[in-house]
Design a protein around this ligand. Structure first.
Ligand SMILES: Nc1nc2c(ncn2[C@@H]2O[C@H](COP(=O)(O)OP(=O)(O)O)[C@@H](O)[C@H]2O)c(=O)[nH]1
Ligand SMILES: [Mg+2]
Length: 226
């Protein structure tokens, strides 16, 4: 029996991811992989950032979902180009899927490309898509123990956004605890608190993202694996 080791699959993925990153860097596009559980508020978070930027930063979005086009339609409703990937059962995006999407997407003039990954705190952590930055979105309703339970995704991110903070008064969520866990796992990560539906906390994230845009093509960060 022939066995293909997971390590080989990941290596093949990383090679395509490196090509995606080169292509994006060459086109002057900063690519942000947004990860989080289903319903954590990833699309709402991206929508809030797009609304905040308005026409000042040209953006596009790749939406990853197992099925359906609901999220891509939400983005298009804002006048922002969106492309939907349906993984048809796969629990995460991978670099070849993103490579195929990049062939379909007109990146001309685009400065910021969001990729909303399939809702999942586990599998997406292992797959580099060729992004420059990773943001993990965790809503207060998911519980303050998630960094301890799902360390890999928190370790691989440049930023962690605690969302739905408007619900904090109704939920037993210890912000200090999760912040301490994130800092221990990933001392370099930037941490934000956001109530995306109200737009609260969004300017700080937007400023952080804009700083990465302004560093210029070759200086984009690289999320990769830690
Ligand atoms: N109260 C509150 N609800 C939110 C917030 N962000 C998202 N939601 C709600 O959470 C649900 C899931 O949001 P969505 O962005 O689709 O999550 P996704 O599956 O991670 O993309 C929706 O009903 C949103 O209206 C927020 O900041 N505050
Ligand atoms: Mg979504």
């Amino acid at each position: 029996m022939r066995i293909v080791a997971a390590k080989k699959i990941l290596k093949a993925n990383d090679q395509v991811a490196a090509k995606n990153r080169d292509l994006l860097s060459g086109a002057g596009v900063c690519c942000v992989n947004v990860l989080g559980s289903p319903g954590s508020g990833k699309t709402t978070f991206i929508e809030a950032l797009l609304k905040h930027f308005g026409g000042r930063i040209r953006a596009a979005v790749i939406e990853g979902d197992i099925a359906g086009t609901i999220d891509a339609e939400r983005i298009e409703a804002l006048g922002v180009p969106a492309l939907q990937i349906n993984t048809e059962g796969a629990c995460h995006l991978d670099a070849p899927m993103v490579a195929a999407a990049l062939r379909e997407l007109d990146l001309n003039g685009v400065q910021l490309l969001f990729i909303e990954n399939v809702g999942n705190l586990v599998c997406p952590a292992s797959f580099d898509l060729g992004e420059h930055l990773r943001i993990v979105v965790l809503s207060v309703s998911e519980g303050d123990d998630k960094a301890v339970k799902y360390p890999a995704v928190f370790q691989s991110a440049q930023a962690v956004c605690i969302t739905k903070t408007d619900l904090s008064p109704y939920i037993d969520f210890n912000l200090s605890r999760i912040m301490a866990d994130v800092r221990r796992l990933n001392p370099g990560a930037s941490c934000f608190q956001v109530a995306a539906l109200r737009g609260e906390g969004v300017p700080a994230v937007a400023e952080w993202l804009a700083e990465h845009l302004h560093t210029g093509r070759s200086d984009f960060g690289h999320s990769g694996q830690k």
